[in-house]
Design a protein around this ligand. Sequence first.
Ligand SMILES: Cc1cc2nc3c(=O)[nH]c(=O)nc-3n(C[C@H](O)[C@H](O)[C@H](O)COP(=O)(O)OP(=O)(O)OC[C@H]3O[C@@H](n4cnc5c(N)ncnc54)[C@H](O)[C@@H]3O)c2cc1C
Length: 455
Amino acid sequence: MLRVAVVGGGPSGSCAAEVLAKAGIETWIFERKLDNAKPCGGAIPLCMVEEFDLPEEIIDRKVRNMRMISPSNREVEINLDRDDEYIGMCRREVMDSFLRNRAADLGATLVNGLVTKIDTGTDRKGPYKLHYSDYSAGERTGEAKTLEVDLIIGADGANSRVAKAMDAGDYNVAIAFQERIKLPSEEMAYYESLAEMYVGTDVSPDFYAWVFPKYDHVAVGTGTMQENQSLIKGLQVGIRERAKNRLLKGEVIKVEAHPIPEHPRPRRVVGGMALVGDAAGYVTKSSGEGIYFAAKSGRMCAEQIVATSNGGKSVPSERDLKVYLRKWDRKYGATYKVLEILQNIFYRNDAAREAFVEMCDDKDVQRLTFDSYLYKRVVMMNPWQQLKLTALTLGAVLRGNALAPGRYKAVPSAVRSEEEAQQILAEGGIRGGLKAGREAAAASEEESRQAVISR
Ligand SMILES: Cc1cc2nc3c(=O)[nH]c(=O)nc-3n(C[C@H](O)[C@H](O)[C@H](O)COP(=O)(O)OP(=O)(O)OC[C@H]3O[C@@H](n4cnc5c(N)ncnc54)[C@H](O)[C@@H]3O)c2cc1C
């Protein structure tokens, strides 16, 4: 009987293990930390809820309004027209443990263990021996154990050990930094079903910053390419500054940083080892979205294993596993390309970012964006829409130059008068978390380097 080890119990690993276990294949899923709270904005598209049968309880907030804020603080609200449409906001610790436990309930063996080494056999063709520290007894130092399997799915995220064992090659990463901030009820009410995206060189030279609502707090963060990693804390200061009137009396309850892959690894299948999710490099440009693609790639890889193993009676070959890659690239290759092009056009300077926000004011652009995000389907435009979009892009890019600000200002409070906001600010800004100013910039380089080194 085929034996498969899934390393990593995030969305990609759990969704792979679920399919394998359902098919009766002997499956182990390794997760080093069962209460792991993956640093993440936790935004998921609507289609994921149905496709992965997610219960309502794991969704903290249903966001129906997305507010885009330009460098000059032009605010454009994108609203979902239909009541049954939303972007789900989740806490990863909640979603991940739900998916993992579901796979275990279906028959996968859940091991609370850190995989430390993998013997890959001759020419990396297996059988594979995993060395791991088993923490199931609850001790601080795990018990050293081994397990032999026929196939490995590497679902162990951006710092993947499976990728190293299979010599998958490296990828460029972006660095993301996020603070979870608890707000008073007045401020929190504003974020009830609303998320904000800020653009501007002050908050990121090549990406966006966000304020996403969670269960009882907001996640405030930003990201940038690896070459700008030394700037990351200064950029976090930037988003705190820009949003400070909406984060009044905020208290930081968690600070987190993590790499985000920017493109797939050179090799995603080697011998009987296949990578999925962040380990493979499936995060989209522009939006930085990776949860849905992680879950979907885990599922597709596992389905390929089930289909080519004769129900678990034989061991699929490298060639068999590579069919999963072909299907993946065919299905999503264009989506990744389009989002990369959009990032290159619209995130390159403040003029382009002004243009980007201006374009988001158009109803057709909003519908196209939401349809492709929420339902993960390629949306065809009619000739009139195409013409209008081209004219809008050109017009917005030209106007963008005139609109780009000389300096950045904080957005006004959404729930208090200017006077009251200033008074509260005078009493002190956000409590805890990032150290402001120079100190932050100095600490920045070291901390963000650590986020990459720990890969
Ligand atoms: C700050 C930030 C914000 C983001 N916001 C969003 C967002 O709002 N929406 C979105 O769609 N995407 C977002 N992403 C991207 C998203 O978080 C990832 O794409 C997604 O988590 C990938 O899932 P995964 O299962 O492949 O990997 P992960 O979620 O990284 O899961 C890997 C798991 O493997 C475990 N593990 C690692 N090594 C080992 C080992 N050796 N042994 C055992 N277990 C191991 C880890 O503990 C972890 O649980 C964000 C990323 C960051 C950094």
